[in-house]
Design a protein. Sequence first.
Length: 250
Amino acid sequence: MSILDIKKLTASVDGKEILHGIDLKINPGEVHAIMGPNGSGKSTLSYVLSGRMGYEITGGDVLLNGESIMELEADERARSGLFLAFQYPVELPGVSGMSFLRASVNSRLRERGEEEVDQLSFVKIVRAESKKLGISDDMLKRAVNVGFSGGEKKRYEILQMALLKPSMAILDETDSGLDVDALKIVSEGVNLLRHPDRSMLVITHYQRLLSHIIPDKVHILSEGRIIKSGDKSLALEVEENGYAGINDAA
Ligand SMILES: Nc1ncnc2c1ncn2[C@@H]1O[C@H](COP(=O)(O)OP(=O)(O)OP(=O)(O)O)[C@@H](O)[C@H]1O
Ligand SMILES: [Mg+2]
């Protein structure tokens, strides 16, 4: 059974149809990449999957671990194992990072019928994961994303993923704004989370990321449709020829 099964998905924002019928299946353990021109609907797809308000599904279905998530609210989707790392992570002034992280991890544990972690052990776990991602103690003490640099916000998204251990993770341009060293650190973090029970959908503009996180499949999204799918060589093709050649062929 696929972890994520998107069937003929159409979706609108403000009454305007942006996704015109997306079919995409991701099997357990697989990492898929989505590339595509600006405005082709990549972030819209990630928002629609995560259940963000204002993104209306007008047709088709989305199954997560075999069950439709169409009727679930965003928080219910998150608890059932879907995780989205935002293209533009939001600042949460006044919300302590540590409490935020612990609350999200505990609600996921409750959902699975597992015991919640106490504060002391949680701090230890967070410290260990943060270290791997080059996140300072100082950042952990601050409010969520407030005053973080662009690259720090991206690392913080991966920290959340590492703690939440989702079954389906969507990473929307996690590489944008990262310096070369941070790109390596973040990619290594992502690779460590590759697991036979976990799938990932990586949205990116650059082959660069995909040479660190090697995808099983690459899909090209254009004007709300997947116009081509292939293996990792498709990303190289895009880098060399741009989208024009692929558009023509499609
Ligand atoms: N609230 C909205 N009202 C009208 N159009 C919208 C709205 N939100 C998104 N769109 C349009 O939907 C299209 C897809 O946007 P989306 O952000 O999904 O693109 P993207 O593929 O993620 O692009 P990028 O590579 O620049 O991140 C764009 O044309 C955008 O203008
Ligand atoms: Mg986008």
